[in-house]
Design a protein. Structure first.
Length: 256
């Protein structure tokens, strides 16, 4: 009887965890004009009229201006609130308090290294990762997109050749494992560096998101393109063969 009771409790816990598990969502913008459809979806996933958006502008040299521009872009979709995270050096407790209230977290553009410099603080990085796992929607534009993979391009390197060893990377926020993300992709002709990194790390899927374009990701599995340009996916088969696909608005693909 005791074994039967334990089994029933175990099955009930499994059922409850399945019911209450929250899906995860990412809105990744390649820089430039931010697609209205992507921002609208971000607010919707964050709770619509109840959405509480926290903008993190650490990447920018002018964080207030970056915050103001993003707040202006989000405001037509009427979230409940839009707040700005403290600029570096970050007031840790204040930032953690803000995270507890946020239903959506969005990173501005700029220099992705500045973001990860702040996130050398393991407590802050873990807090963001845990929030994402709990179902809080995350997003970013340009540098704010680059940080979402585990292996993050810094922007330094020799991009005149296809050689991943000459592309500088460092650890990212790692919300979208199994990928390497690039931004401003077609506009700035960044194919060489993504090709090189994918050949160097053939288990990873390269994703290049162009300006004015966004990738909407659900449960780190289903991805949908939105915006005016295209997204390129790059995978390797062997040490010298690449598989390249171009996807336009409303097209879907499955992440590995």
């Amino acid at each position: 009887m005791n074994r039967l009771f334990v089994l029933l409790v175990f099955l009930l816990c499994l059922e409850n965890s399945a019911v209450w598990a929250e899906p995860t969502h990412l809105v990744l913008i390649g820089g430039g004009p931010r697609p209205a459809a992507a921002l609208k979806q971000f607010v919707s996933w964050a709770g619509g009229a109840k959405a509480k958006i926290l903008v993190i502008a650490w990447a920018s040299e002018e964080p207030q201006a970056s915050y103001d521009a993003l707040a202006k872009d989000f405001s037509p979709f009427a979230p409940a609130s839009i707040a700005m995270a403290p600029s570096p050096p970050v007031a840790i407790e204040k930032f953690l308090d803000q995270l507890q209230c946020a239903t959506g977290v969005f990173f501005s553009g700029g220099d992705q290294r500045r973001i990860m410099d702040v996130l050398k603080n393991a407590k802050l990085k873990a807090a963001l990762q845990n929030l994402y796992r709990k179902g809080v929607v995350f997003g970013g534009t340009s540098a704010g997109t680059a940080i979402m993979s585990c292996q993050m391009m810094t922007g330094d390197g020799d991009f005149t050749v296809i050689d991943g060893r000459k592309v500088d990377t460092r650890e990212g926020l790692c919300l979208l494992p199994g990928t390497i993300l690039d931004q401003h992709f077609l506009k700035r002709q960044r194919e060489n560096r993504l090709f090189g990194l994918v050949l160097e790390s053939p288990t990873l899927l390269g994703i290049g998101i162009d300006e004015g374009t966004a990738l909407l990701v659900t449960d780190n599995r289903t991805a949908e393109v939105q915006g005016e340009s295209q997204v390129m996916t790059v995978s390797a088969s062997g040490k010298s063969t690449l598989n390249v696909k171009l996807l336009k608005a409303n097209e879907l693909f499955t992440l590995p």
